[in-house]
Design a binder for this molecule. Structure first.
Ligand code: HEM
Ligand code: HEM
Length: 229
């Protein structure tokens, strides 16, 4: 396990390289997919983004399609790696649990100054829900995206109605993932969540914060090292 209490530094090792790699591979490829996906609609020409210096390629369909394919490959590689890595370790900390919706409401109310926050595990209930929501949206995009790639191959020919619905679903997935990312980033407007930020870059977070806010997780780690607290 990557996670442990680092007594000398007063920090907690929260994530290893794999988690940081997957987070940023997914985040960057998703940004590129959104940008290149919108490029396949005539948006950038209409709003003259392609008139800006160095950006004439943004309205070139063959360029944006090729970027979309490369980014899709990176996204799918990261997703497969993520599933195999956590599956093999039987590490399911971030999967939603019963009662997460109620607990998320409690956490959000507490952040806004009403009531007390429940004791949290490694992830807050709202993070587990965010993971499921973003994961579900990406799954829709990958499945429908693969069908759209097949349709683009000369030897495949799906019915027009089928492709119409696949495209609608691909667009729905795009909408959902954008909503998910906005909500994800909005969580960091609140100061309470700032201590998690260094963790997704360096893997380490403040020990006191973990002890106070993620007490279930902290106690489990402390127990493992027998009084190393
Ligand atoms: C500038 C952009 C971003 C920053 C600064 C950022 C930061 C973070 C941080 C600090 C965490 C918490 C990790 C922890 O609990 O230790 C996290 C988790 C996560 N991030 Fe991001 N993220 C960004 C972009 C994205 C994007 C674009 C996606 C999806 C396409 C994404 C998906 C996730 C998911 C699914 C989680 C786990 C659930 C959660 O904690 O909400 N992130 N991110
Ligand atoms: C975050 C993930 C993704 C986003 C936000 C996204 C977004 C978009 C958007 C907005 C379009 C243009 C409208 C449309 O035709 O539906 C599009 C088209 C397309 N996407 Fe994606 N997409 C994503 C992932 C994928 C993946 C994983 C694949 C392939 C495995 C894929 C393959 C395609 C294809 C083949 C097209 C149609 C290109 C054409 O018109 O020939 N997309 N995508």
């Amino acid at each position: 396990m990557a996670e442990k209490i680092l007594k000398k530094e007063q920090k907690i090792k929260r994530h290893g390289f794999s988690v940081i790699f997957v987070h940023w591979a997914v985040a960057i490829s998703t940004f590129v997919l959104i940008f290149s996906g919108f490029g396949q609609m005539p948006l950038y020409k209409r709003y003259m983004l392609d008139q800006l210096p160095g950006l004439s390629w943004v309205s070139d369909f063959s360029v944006t399609l090729s970027i979309h394919y490369w980014a899709a490959a990176v996204l799918m590689l990261a997703i497969v790696y993520h599933l195999v890595f956590h599956g093999m370790r039987r590490d399911f900390d971030i999967l939603p649990r019963r009662g997460d919706v109620r607990e998320s409401v409690q956490i959000i109310m507490a952040v806004l100054g009403w009531g007390k926050e429940p004791a949290n595990d490694k992830y807050l209930a709202e993070q587990r829900l965010a993971y499921a929501f973003i994961g579900f949206s990406l799954l829709i995009l990958v499945v429908t995206g693969i069908i759209k790639v097949l349709e683009n191959l000369p030897q495949t020919n799906f019915s027009e109605g089928f492709i119409f619905w696949i495209t609608q679903l691909h667009n729905l997935g795009t909408f959902l993932v954008i909503v998910g990312i906005i909500a994800h980033l909005a969580a960091f407007i609140f100061k309470e969540n700032w201590p998690l930020l260094p963790g997704i870059f360096t893997g380490k977070i403040n020990r006191e914060y973990a002890r106070r806010r993620h007490s279930i997780w902290y106690d489990r780690m402390a127990e493992k090292v027998h009084g190393e607290d």
